[in-house]
Design a binder for this molecule. Structure first.
Ligand code: ZN
Ligand code: ZN
Length: 370
């Protein structure tokens, strides 16, 4: 499909088959791989993270793409020159952006630490993925730039992308190596508190790095790439530490400050050209963010639910954003007494609104009113 270039990538892929993940990453951070094909130097290192709604995995909520921009330089203390070169894009999918996860440790999609969030449609998100993995090689007459793909438990991402976007990332032929930081950690003998498979938070903590808001695609993509670089360079940056935790301060420089500098630099970069800067997950307008929303909204499901708690919240969201579209309503409160309400809120508003009164606290209850 992509002519001769395809063979170049096949050649690189083949040459890297038996090369360890550590040595592949090291090639890009100052320690060239002996006997590597010259064309490996054209490759780029990309980290991908996808988040979806915990209650329905088909609802993709976020996309994070981090890329190593400095290649071939010897690393400075804590690899600061490499880590501060990481560029991260974060996209929230508009149709699903109101679906919030609430499991323990769930991330806040509104708090992207390494740059500026963009809002995209599902089609634009697909386009971002394709543009990430299908890039013409410079002077390569139609062939594609080779890509080293880094992920944390990356098999899940491939599967999710196939299901959600109908694309098989590996079918383009550009990915020449897939590197899993969870696997790198296992091989390095760095174990999680609950066994051999370490979570991203614990892996970063091993290297004395704390990223405040993980389980958020942009921050996870950045954190995973940071972890990959530190895993690849640990014996160079922190010689003799083996599987033990390395020092957080080396020659007066604290790794956490390095990561925070990477965040500050990321915030100063031009955001990606795609997508919209603003989108309101409350009212669906694209000229403001949710915290600036003044729109009047109302949910018919909650209004008519017969549940006092939901009724009281029915003006906080639109029907289309109501979680009770996807899940059963709680049981109705034990006494429901409809009350006549004055007409309100213009054309199309309901003629009667229900108020729900708790029997136990209502001395005036009259069954005839039912
Ligand atoms: Zn709004
Ligand atoms: Zn509702």
């Amino acid at each position: 499909m992509f002519g001769h270039g395809q063979f170049v990538n096949d050649f690189i892929r083949h040459a890297l088959t038996n090369v360890s993940d550590v040595n592949v990453i090291r090639h890009f951070v100052g320690f060239p791989l002996l006997g590597a094909p010259v064309s490996l130097n054209e490759a780029t290192v990309v980290c991908l993270d996808i988040e979806w709604w915990q209650k329905d995995s088909s609802a993709t909520t976020e996309l994070g793409v981090a890329e190593l921009m400095v290649k071939g330089l010897l690393p400075t203390i804590h690899a600061e020159n490499v880590l501060t070169s990481i560029q991260v894009a974060h996209a929230r999918i508009m149709a699903n952006a109101h679906l919030r996860n609430n499991f323990v440790g769930a991330g806040d999609p509104e708090n992207f630490l390494f740059g500026q969030t963009k809002f995209v449609t599902m089609d634009e998100a697909k386009e971002v993925l394709i543009r990430t993995f299908v890039r013409p090689r410079v002077g390569g007459n139609g062939s594609l730039q080779p890509i080293i793909l880094v992920g944390h438990a990356v098999e899940n991402e491939f599967e999710h992308i196939q299901n959600a976007f109908g694309i098989d990332l590996q079918s383009y032929g550009s990915i020449v190596k897939v590197i899993d930081t969870q696997e790198m950690a296992r091989k390095a003998g760095i174990r999680g508190p609950k066994g051999p498979f370490i979570g991203l938070r614990d892996l970063l903590a091993h290297f004395n790095v704390n990223i405040n808001n993980l389980h958020m695609a942009g921050n996870d993509a950045a954190g995973t790439l940071i972890a990959a670089v530190l895993l690849a360079l640990k014996d160079t940056l922190y010689p003799g530490t083996g599987t033990r935790k390395p020092p957080s301060v080396v020659r007066g420089c604290n790794i956490q400050n390095v990561v925070e500098r990477a965040m500050v630099i990321g915030k100063t970069l031009q955001p990606p050209s795609w997508g919209s800067d603003t989108f309101c997950t409350r009212c669906d307008r694209d000229n403001h963010l949710r915290d600036k929303c003044l729109a009047k909204v109302s949910c018919e499901i909650c209004r008519d639910s017969g549940v006092i708690r939901l009724f009281n919240a029915h003006k906080t969201h639109m029907t289309s954003k109501c979680l009770y579209q996807y899940q059963d309503l709680p049981p109705r409160d034990h006494l429901v007494r409809p009350l006549a309400y004055p007409q309100h809120e213009g054309p199309g508003a309901f003629t009667q609104q229900h108020d729900y009164v708790d029997l136990a606290s209502d001395d005036d209850f009259d069954p005839a009113l039912q």
